[in-house]
Design a protein around this ligand. Structure first.
Ligand SMILES: [Cu+2]
Length: 306
């Protein structure tokens, strides 16, 4: 089944949509919820203007009035719960380095040229929608001792994936390891959010998300076509300026790993049978023109042996 439109769509959305998404989540933050405090994220390190000489960039944040819980990634949204997004040199999903689950994490320097780069760090809902009103922007001067260039393109054919373990239909504990074997493809966590390189990318892992279930919400906005091109960071768009647009939540996506072995935690999904879908994607999180995927089921049993 062809699903090549699925993520391509996501990546074509830019700041406009993210702002729109931010606006859409905004109302949840007022009223009763605001009484508990408005979620915030503060960047402790790096500081704006800081010269970073390490090859990878350590980031430290402080989150307020918000529970970071990556076990809930891909689950239905809950007020005040989600995870952290970091984007490099832009505000679209194409620049998403990954999502993060703690107060400190490391952004790989691979593919980043020495010089000025901007990180945008914000809170995101379980379904990976950026909470725009929390976004923090930090420009750094990246001067690594050993800059790492993007790898050479290595187009070997249609990228795909084979399941190594667990076996289809296996009974597993809530947290277990998935192992896959790439086909014509080299996953790299370090390249996520960087420029696309043929033959490289990472995996997207979904739970209980039917193929073709794109979870797309059409949002029709009255307004001026072309306004999105005029958008720039720091110039919030007034309501009604956007043309017709679509947006999509990332319901079901639990992980975007760049390794062939990774742990998944289905505790928030509950015991019983779950379907897992894994596909190779490009560095910008969009699908390859053609690609293979695997889909299998597991039965989560809290008493199962690891
Ligand atoms: Cu991705």
């Amino acid at each position: 089944m062809d699903n090549s439109g699925r993520w391509r769509y996501w990546a074509t959305r830019s700041l406009t949509t993210l702002l729109l998404l931010g606006a859409a989540t905004g109302p949840a933050l007022v009223g009763e919820v605001r009484a508990q405090g408005t979620p915030t994220i503060e960047v402790v390190s790096p500081q704006p203007g800081e010269t970073v000489t390490s090859d990878d960039i350590d980031v430290q944040v402080k989150v307020g009035d918000f529970t970071v819980d990556c076990a809930k990634a891909g689950r239905p949204n809950e007020d005040g719960v989600g995870h952290i997004h970091l984007m490099i040199d832009g505000m679209s999903m194409a620049q998403l380095a990954n999502f993060y689950c703690g107060d400190s994490f490391t952004v790989p320097g691979d593919g980043l040229t020495p010089g000025k780069h901007t990180f945008i760090i914000d809170l995101a809902t379980n379904d990976h929608v950026d909470m725009m009103d929390t976004a923090q922007e930090v420009e750094i001067d990246y001067q690594p001792a050993n800059p790492v260039a993007l790898p050479e393109a290595e187009d070997k054919g249609t990228p795909g994936v084979e399941l190594v373990s667990p076996t289809d239909g296996a009974t597993v504990p809530p947290t277990f390891t998935i192992e896959v074997k790439p086909v014509n493809f080299e996953p790299s966590q370090n390249l996520e959010g960087k420029q696309n390189v043929p033959g490289y990318g990472h995996w997207h892992v979904f739970v209980d998300t039917p193929m073709g279930g794109m979870m797309m919400n059409d949002i029709a906005m009255e307004g001026t076509p072309g306004a999105e091109e005029e958008m720039a960071m720091g110039t919030p768009m007034a309501e009604g300026e956007m043309g017709d647009m679509h947006m999509m939540a990332m319901g079901g996506m639990i992980l975007m790993p760049g390794t062939n072995s990774f742990d998944v935690d289905l505790s928030a999904w509950g015991p019983g049978e779950h379907t897992i879908f894994i596909e190779p994607v490009q560095n910008d999180h969009t699908n390859f023109a053609d690609f293979g995927h695997v889909e299998f089921t597991v039965t989560v049993d809290p008493s199962a042996a690891t």
